[in-house]
Design a protein. Structure first.
Length: 387
């Protein structure tokens, strides 16, 4: 995976102010419906053994619930009709961020009209354990992806124009959407993911045709980007379809890569998922690639998560592994019939797992929430709802 100069996002970027379509608004958790029962779990994020948030819902009705007692009780905090954009992220026991997709004909959150005619995506962030949520409008229609260091410090990618003159711009806010800055990207550079470790240090993944594995790093907040050279996994040909995913939190973070042939058929020996680990204090040095366990059901569709104790948790569909301190991988059993949707390794042997089931005829949503206190040796299903 050698660095390329053609199609580089480096050089010529500058941040300039852009106005949001409207000022942020605040909603209170008390205005949300307080009775939420027997709804599938659509997303979950936990930053501690006891505290975290889940999104539950079915069809277009969505709710965010919060617990600070390991799921013994839940509090309803947000309700809206629409969809969940991206993912739910908990930064600690009091801070979280989610992107709401609002129905055009009913753009409301907790019963309050908040949507705009041309923009139905909103960032919703809390800094007080969900008692209040600040809803900020992105400066343009929802982009490719986003990253955040807090509910206030958010980066988002915006798609501008059409091929072959399309470009991906980067926007950022440091106050939850009250003010935004924008940096124009070069034409023809397809940006896939952006991830920041600090307000200055970040990593950008770009695509070249069918390969989405061209990383760049910045040390100045996104003004300039430098190609990052990563070793190619042994045997992976130039024509493979690859995807590189940065996971920078919790520290020290990791990169994981999937590599598969473009045509259907038997999987070659080189196909699968690979891991890169930090080899220094910055984002410009990584060791690897290290082969992740090969799942029985390929291609790899799952997660790779750094634990707070330095171990790595990696899983695909119905299989989960954890890295051993002495090297190698140990399989971890999953609840019967469940496939991994998300995983949080929060320390002290505690894991929070959200899952989906194989869809049955006439069913669409089947998400569940589980908690393990012994590194996943046993799981307890946690019902998410309010009485």
């Amino acid at each position: 995976m050698s660095a390329q100069t053609q199609g580089s996002p480096a050089g010529g970027a500058r941040w300039y102010a852009v106005a949001p379509p409207a000022a942020p608004v605040t909603v209170t958790a008390g205005a949300a419906p307080q009775q939420v029962t027997e709804l599938p779990v659509l997303g979950a994020s936990f930053a501690s053994p006891a505290a975290g948030w889940v999104v539950v819902g079915t069809g277009a009705d969505h709710h965010i619930l919060y617990t600070d007692d390991a799921g013994a009780t839940w509090r309803s905090q947000l309700a809206w009709r629409g969809s969940l954009y991206g993912y739910l992220r908990a930064f600690d026991e009091r801070q979280a961020l989610v992107v709401l997709g609002l129905w055009p004909h009913r753009p409301e959150v907790n019963g309050r009209p908040v949507g705009l005619a041309e923009n139905h995506a909103m960032f919703a962030g809390t800094e007080d354990a969900g008692a209040t949520w600040t809803l900020g409008y992105p400066p343009d229609r929802m982009g490719v992806t986003f990253d955040a260091l807090s509910p206030r410090r958010i980066w988002q990618q915006l798609h501008v124009g059409s091929y072959p003159h399309a470009r991906w711009d980067l926007v950022r806010t440091e106050d939850g959407g009250a003010k935004w800055q924008r940096a124009d990207g070069p034409e023809g550079v397809v940006q896939i993911e952006v991830a920041f470790e600090t307000v200055r240090d970040g990593l950008l993944v770009t695509a070249d045709r069918h390969r989405a594995d061209r990383p760049y790093v910045t040390g100045d907040g996104g003004i300039t980007w430098t190609p990052l050279a990563l070793r190619t996994p042994p045997g992976v040909p130039a024509g493979a379809e690859t995807w590189l995913h940065p996971v920078l939190r919790p520290a020290p973070g990791l990169l994981w890569l999937t590599a598969y042939p473009r045509r259907e058929g038997p999987m070659p020996p080189w196909s699968g998922a690979y891991l890169y680990r930090r080899a220094g204090t910055g984002l410009d040095a990584w060791s690897g690639p290290y082969r992740l366990p090969r799942p029985a059901d390929e291609p790899w569709q799952g997660v790779a998560v750094p634990g707070t104790d330095g171990r790595i948790w990696a899983g695909s569909r119905r299989e989960l592994w954890v890295s051993e301190p002495a090297g190698g991988w140990r399989p971890v059993p999953l609840p019967d019939g469940q496939s991994i949707a998300s995983l949080n390794a929060v320390g002290d042997g505690v894991l929070w797992l959200s899952t989906t089931e194989e869809p049955l005829s006439g069913t669409t949503f089947s998400g569940r929430l589980y908690r393990g206190t012994d590194d996943g040796a046993t799981w307890t299903e946690i019902p998410a709802g309010t009485p």
